[in-house]
Design a protein around this ligand. Structure first.
Ligand code: RUB
Length: 313
């Protein structure tokens, strides 16, 4: 496996921006370690650490884990009067990561209860272990737990252009765990649902609004619409860290638009006419009424989400 070394916060910020580090769990962890890196390079200058926090937060504006983790780290530093700031931050970063891994495991247990023997589950993009570096990430934590319970399940993993996360990463993880799966592209789910070949949809979450609206990788909304039309339960797996109680509605969130070249090029090669214009909103918003349940480390929350999500706070 390739080892990638990062020595400065600027390098780390670039790695998040250019998707070398991606997935909301992984960038949350990168945020915690980023502040540690800033502290180690700061010569005791706390302003430098704060500015590094701002730089990190600007890299992926949609996924909220990164913001919350950086803010939590900075607040801890503000309240810390001791001398050994780097040791203190190292401990804090490990604490945050342990907590996140604990959430993943717990939500997987709650979510697995929703999966029945013989189900084929559609998941979108990548919400897995490489993201959280833990038990199974979030959507995949649910799927992995159901599989470990001995349920005979199958997974349709839908890839997402242009990064093809479902193809490259989710399929890789499912293969490693021995979970039967089939790769599809993101336009195929509606037809497969109509054929009766999908029984559940479980996706991850980059941000959940206070009213339960879901921000997730672009294409999620289309899967949710198709699921509703075909009476298929649609779940998102998340944890308290991803619920943004300050965001009233999903449509008010800042959605990251990425460079159109990421659509017109594949592996650095132009695949369209040179004049073709492209657009790339990299996340979309699934309204709460399309969501059957929000799987969290405190149980499965159901509508009305304005009330139920407060139990997770
Ligand atoms: C992350 C991604 C999806 C996940 C998020 O985006 O693959 O949006 O569903 O789920 P990107 P989780 O690859 O652009 O970082 O929060 O469980 O990772």
């Amino acid at each position: 496996e390739e080892i990638y070394t990062i020595n400065t916060v600027e390098e780390l910020a670039k790695s998040i921006k250019d998707m070398t580090i991606r997935g909301s769990g992984a960038i949350g962890i990168a945020g915690a370690y980023g502040i540690l890196l800033a502290a180690a390079n700061s010569n005791g200058d706390r302003n430098y650490i704060k500015e590094s926090g701002l730089l990190l937060k600007s890299t992926r504006p949609t996924a909220v884990n990164l913001m919350k983790t950086v803010d939590e780290m900075i607040e801890a530093i503000d309240n810390y009067c001791g001398k050994e700031v780097v040791d203190f931050i190292e401990e804090k970063a490990s604490e945050i990561i342990e907590r996140q891994l604990g959430y993943e495991k717990k939500l997987g247990e709650y979510g697995a209860e929703l999966i029945n023997e013989g189900d084929t589950i559609l998941t979108h993009c990548h919400s897995g272990a490489l993201a959280g570096a833990g038990y199974g990430g979030r959507a995949l934590s649910v799927i992995r737990k159901a599989f470990e319970q001995g349920k005979n399940i199958h997974v349709f993993t839908s890839e997402t252009r242009p990064y093809l996360q479902g193809a490259r990463i989710t399929a890789y993880e499912l293969e490693r765990w021995g979970i039967p799966h089939t790769l599809i592209t993101d336009g195929m789910s509606g037809y497969l649902m109509k054929l009766g070949r999908i029984q559940k949809v479980v996706v991850g979450s980059d941000r959940i609004a206070a009213n339960g609206d879901l921000l997730n990788k672009v294409g999620t909304y289309m899967h949710a619409l198709a699921a509703k039309k075909n009476n298929i339960p649609f779940y998102t797996a998340t944890s308290s860290h991803t619920i943004d109680y300050d965001l009233a509605h999903g449509m008010d969130a800042h959605v990251e638009y990425r460079n159109e070249k990421e659509v017109t090029h594949l592996n650095g090669q132009l695949i369209t006419e040179a004049v073709t214009k492209a657009l790339y909103p990299s996340f979309d918003v699934t309204p709460n009424e399309l969501i059957s349940g929000i799987i969290t480390e405190k149980g499965v929350m159901i509508s009305p989400y304005l009330e139920s999500l407060l139990k997770v706070k």
